[in-house]
Design a protein around this ligand. Structure first.
Ligand SMILES: *Cc1c(COP(=O)(O)O)cnc(C)c1O
Length: 389
């Protein structure tokens, strides 16, 4: 459909966004596993079997491709299923470079699953371009990065990494879960493939597990379509509908998420209990300049550290009344997590501390509640967690 190039409008009208048969303003949920054929080899509009293609899923896939400016999109049953499909593009003997702070599940699937099939990986510091280039060995075929990355919101220069990687013939994969196409478009920065855990901001309501992939060119799309159909980890029609519904409000949700995050950061900056704040939208954050160059703003994830000698983090988490302690992020409700004992618990303490994931570190996914309520909740929880001498 012909429409605006502005993403706020595309979120609503992009891809296939209505039902051509009835005029329904939403794409129906096609709960069907197969499609009647009108004769041998005569398929209505090409539909055949719903693992291969379902109209509701296809609408979502065309929407995400449109939003990211890619040639095609692919929807999977989870972010990990999407990452697994992308890794399936590689072969035995190939090597993947990953940044030191990729999502734990990405590290796990490489270390515990793909390693058994002869795919190796190297952890590289993609924040240091010389270090990154020197880590590219002759068997390297791909690089997978996140920016900003969990949990210290470290920024990687996507364009610079893509330029170096392409000079060495590597496929550039960006996990853009934390930013979404509304805040950052990796394909425009030179990436070949973008992956999402759509479970997070794209879905936005903590009610669906889903993954999306967008690829730059026809060749990659043909390979991904083949892998998606052959391995079968596809997203069901109802979850596809929920994601389209979530994506329509992405811009208004994220505007509010980000403005809340900026207000929370300003508040925490002046809080005597807070020792350190990690937020790429903060002017003195080491990632500020690069992030400003490649993204609309600093996003809505914040990490901060309470002084562990004076505050008991366990008590802090227990004392929160509104903000919930939970895995995940990107939903309308605010969530906190404790990386040292949750997402990064498998990393030995001394290694963790060295990279900055201390026991006092708190990661906050700011929701869209009224910011005053969120600030009050954080303040009262900090007060309650002060260690009485
Ligand atoms: C959550 C997450 C994933 C995994 O996605 P699931 O939908 O949970 O399978 C991958 N990458 C990032 C950055 C994530 O936050």
């Amino acid at each position: 459909m012909n429409h605006s190039d502005n993403i706020e409008t595309k979120l609503i009208h992009g891809g296939i966004s209505l039902d051509e048969h009835t005029g329904a303003v939403n794409v129906p949920v096609y709960l069907t596993s197969t499609f009647k054929q009108d004769g041998l080899g005569i398929r209505r509009e090409g539909w055949e079997y719903a693992r291969t293609g379902n109209p509701t899923r296809a609408a979502l896939e065309s929407l995400i491709a449109d939003l990211d400016g890619g040639t095609g999109g692919f929807a999977f049953a989870s972010g990990m299923a999407a990452i697994n499909a992308v890794l399936s593009l590689l072969r035995e003997g190939d090597r993947v470079l990953i940044s030191s702070n990729v999502y734990g599940g990405t590290y796990r699937i490489l270390d515990k699953v793909w390693k058994n099939f002869g795919l190796s990986y190297t952890i590289a510091d993609t924040g240091d371009l010389n270090h990154f280039e020197s880590a590219i060995s002759p068997d390297a075929r791909a690089v997978l990065i996140e920016s900003p990355a969990n949990p210290l919101l470290t920024v990687t220069d996507i364009q610079a990494v893509a330029d170096i990687a392409h000079r060495h013939g590597l496929l550039v994969i960006v996990d853009n879960t934390f930013m979404t196409p509304y805040l950052q478009k990796p394909l425009e920065l030179g990436a070949d493939i973008v992956v999402y855990s759509a479970t997070k901001y794209l879905g936005g309501h903590s009610d669906v597990i889903a993954g999306l992939v967008v690829a730059r060119n026809n060749e990659l799309c043909e390979q991904l379509a083949f892998i998606q159909n052959a391995t079968g980890g596809t997203l069901g029609p109802f979850d596809s509908f929920l994601l389209q519904r979530g994506i329509k409000t992405l811009s208004v949700r994220l505007d509010r998420h980000v403005s809340n995050a900026e207000k929370m950061v300003s508040h925490l900056l002046h809080h005597p209990a807070v020792r350190k704040i990690y937020y790429p939208g903060l002017q003195n954050d080491p990632g500020f300049e690069v992030n400003r160059k490649q993204a609309k703003n600093g996003g809505a994830m914040i990490s901060f550290e309470l002084n562990p000698e004076r505050y008991d983090v366990r008590l802090f988490f227990k004392s929160l009344r509104l903000i919930m302690l939970a895995e995940s992020l990107g939903g309308v409700e605010s969530l906190v997590c404790h990386p040292a004992s949750m997402t990064h618990a498998s990393i030995p303490k001394d290694v963790r501390e060295k990279v900055g994931i201390t026991d006092g570190l708190i990661r906050l996914s700011i929701g869209i509640e009224l910011i005053d309520d969120l600030i009050n909740d954080i303040d009262q929880a900090i007060d309650s967690s002060e260690i009485k001498k």
